[in-house]
Design a protein around this ligand. Structure first.
Ligand SMILES: Nc1ncnc2c1ncn2[C@@H]1O[C@H](COP(=O)(O)OP(=O)(O)OP(=O)(O)O)[C@@H](O)[C@H]1O
Length: 259
């Protein structure tokens, strides 16, 4: 079931370095939200705080709160592994397990969690997830073949199938199309459009046409200069951000004047 995300006064640090400062944002369930902004403004850093992936780097930490349907994911006693199963992530480069079959790639999340399943249950999960990722028809006759034998776009949809197999509430995507050709990009964008019927989707993208095509809301991040923290400058309906932003920096960025 899709969940809402609220970040409240969130600061993100790498050691002592404040990389992102004071983010307040409310992300609605069953919607696609795009994060845009120039390189280094903290889009990826902030995205990774939404499922505690940020903490994987030693010294990295946050101040403030991230609420998943009202529950603070950073509260004492909350297991980051549980959070990551509810808030899945798709990365820039498709990263299927290369030697694993397509089928086992889809089931990888269950295997990592040590969950046992009957053959009929796992068959059902594999079919449902691959259908959900718009990949079933292309791979149904070669489920036992390695995931690395697929095209880049198919591999990325396989990674999305792997993410949705464990039924997350939220899917975070960090430039999911940047390594894909235009046809594969369209296939993944179509899929994103469908995913929002069931999930909360957040996507970091450098491609403004993509943000305009796939998202309902857009958050523009910016940075005042090297060594300064990134900040959320403006967050609104995507059409407003692109056609009638209230901040001059947003206007300059979306019209291609910088970044
Ligand atoms: N592992 C790290 N250790 C220290 N600083 C980091 C680390 N990763 C990123 N940073 C710094 O944090 C700031 C934000 O980086 P981040 O990668 O989140 O920006 P971004 O907006 O996603 O950039 P891009 O669009 O280029 O991917 C930058 O100043 C960057 O140098």
């Amino acid at each position: 079931m899709a969940k809402r995300i609220d970040a409240v006064d969130l600061n993100v640090y790498y050691g002592k370095f404040l990389a992102v400062e004071g983010v307040n944002i409310n992300i609605e369930p069953k919607s696609v939200t795009a994060f845009i902004g120039p390189s280094g403004c903290g889009k990826t850093t902030f995205l990774r705080t939404l499922n505690r992936m940020h903490e994987v780097l030693p010294g990295s930490h946050v101040k403030g709160n991230v609420l998943l349907d009202g529950d603070d994911i950073y509260a004492p006693g909350v297991d980051p592994v549980t959070i990551r199963s509810q808030v899945g992530m798709v990365f820039q480069r498709p990263n299927p397990f290369p030697t694993m079959s397509i089928r086992d790639n889809v089931l990888a999340g269950f295997k990592l969690n040590g969950k046992r399943m009957s053959k009929s249950d796992s068959d059902a999960v594999v079919e449902k997830s691959l259908r959900g990722a718009n990949l079933w028809n292309e791979v149904k006759d070669r489920l036992e073949k390695p995931g690395s034998g697929l095209s880049g776009g198919q591999q990325q949809r396989l990674c999305i199938a792997r993410t949705i197999a464990v039924e997350p509430a939220v899917i975070l995507m960090d430039e999911p199309c940047s390594a894909l050709d235009p046809i594969s990009t369209l296939a993944v964008e179509d899929l994103i459009n469908e995913l929002k019927n069931q999930y909360t989707v957040v996507i970091v993208t450098h491609n403004m046409q993509q943000a305009a095509r796939v998202s309902e809301k857009t958050a523009f991040f910016n940075i005042a200069g090297t060594g300064k923290p990134g900040k959320l400058i403006e967050y609104a309906e995507t059409s407003t951000i692109f056609n009638n932003p209230s901040d001059q920096a947003t206007e300059d960025y979306v019209s291609g004047r910088f970044g």
